[in-house]
Unconditional design. Structure first.
Length: 306
């Protein structure tokens, strides 16, 4: 991947904008060009989550040792590549801190554009009363946390939307109040989100767009208190709350937190208003200003994104 991204021929461009979750920031622009890199995360497996990824890889010990050697080389490349862009933009304050820690550089923050699934503040569907988790079913998304917690909430229902290699294992440990729905198109997902008691997120997300999509439907969020969730969810202490944060992965404690979650009156209009802070139009305006900051003024009027 480093060789692939470095092979891109970019000499004829005055401006290069890279969108990088691991490698794209290593693109080599012309020496007279401006390179603005939008960073979703420094590669986790090469920096702060190396042990976690390798432990879950299932590799035998000799292969793990070989993998660690390759990861060290990848870190060296990543450090060099991170110095190439003229300007770095992080997709959250959480990622900006990781950029400073891993690469020793400062980054401005521009939050990603969130598709506002429920526009015009219209009630879309009647409450179906279940909780909902929308996620790829892979280990680091920690969907198992919710499945274990709902064993202590037999009077509540959990809907799991999404698929992945963990689905069979997760389904085998689920109780009768947990239902796996697979992939759901956006037009149908809106109704599910809007009718939910709450949206559940247990993973440490760099930003976490799904939680804001839920809020755009008027649905409050219960999320793990780390990563981007601390920036996108207004808690009870902040006023006009749009959700709660939890700190422990103990299933009984999470079940108790869900019971507390239900005692709060989260208003759909507060959730939707909070989601508007991350609209595509705001993202477009801020990116345009960032591009102007590296010396290029884009021609033409500002066009709202759809």
């Amino acid at each position: 991947m480093p060789r692939a991204v470095e092979s891109l021929r970019l000499e004829q461009y005055d401006l290069v904008v890279s969108s990088s979750w691991a490698f794209a920031h290593g693109a080599i622009a012309d020496k007279n060009a401006a390179h603005l890199a939008y960073i979703h995360s420094p590669m986790r497996w090469a920096w702060d989550m190396e042990d976690e990824y390798l432990d879950r890889s299932g590799l035998a010990s000799p292969l793990k040792r070989a993998a660690r050697h390759l990861i060290r080389r990848l870190r060296d490349w990543d450090q060099q590549a991170s110095q190439r862009p003229q300007s770095l933009i992080a997709n959250s304050q959480f990622v900006a801190k990781r950029i400073e820690c891993c690469w020793g550089r400062q980054a401005n923050v521009i939050y990603p554009p969130v598709a506002l699934l429920a526009r015009n503040n219209v009630a879309i569907t009647a409450q179906h009363g279940a909780y909902i988790c929308v996620s790829r079913l892979v280990p680091f998304k920690r969907v198992d946390v919710w499945i274990d917690a709902f064993r202590y909430l037999p009077h509540r229902t959990l809907l799991v939307v999404g698929g992945g290699p963990e689905q069979k294992r997760l389904a085998s440990r689920s109780g009768p109040n947990v239902h796996f729905l697979g992939f759901i198109p956006d037009r149908d997902l809106v109704s599910l989100l809007a009718g939910s008691r709450g949206f559940l997120q247990a993973s440490k997300e760099d930003f976490g767009i799904a939680a804001l999509e839920a809020q755009s439907c008027g649905t409050p969020v219960l999320a793990f208190a780390d990563g981007g969730a601390q920036e996108t969810i207004r808690t009870v202490a902040q006023g006009q709350p749009t959700g709660m944060l939890f700190h422990s992965f103990d299933p009984q404690e999470i079940a108790a937190t869900i019971e507390k979650f239900e005692q709060h009156c989260f208003r759909p209009e507060d959730c939707r208003e909070n989601a508007l802070r991350f609209s595509p139009d705001i993202f477009y305006q801020q990116m345009r200003e960032a591009i102007r900051g590296v010396g290029i003024d884009l021609p033409g009027p500002v066009q709202p994104l759809t």
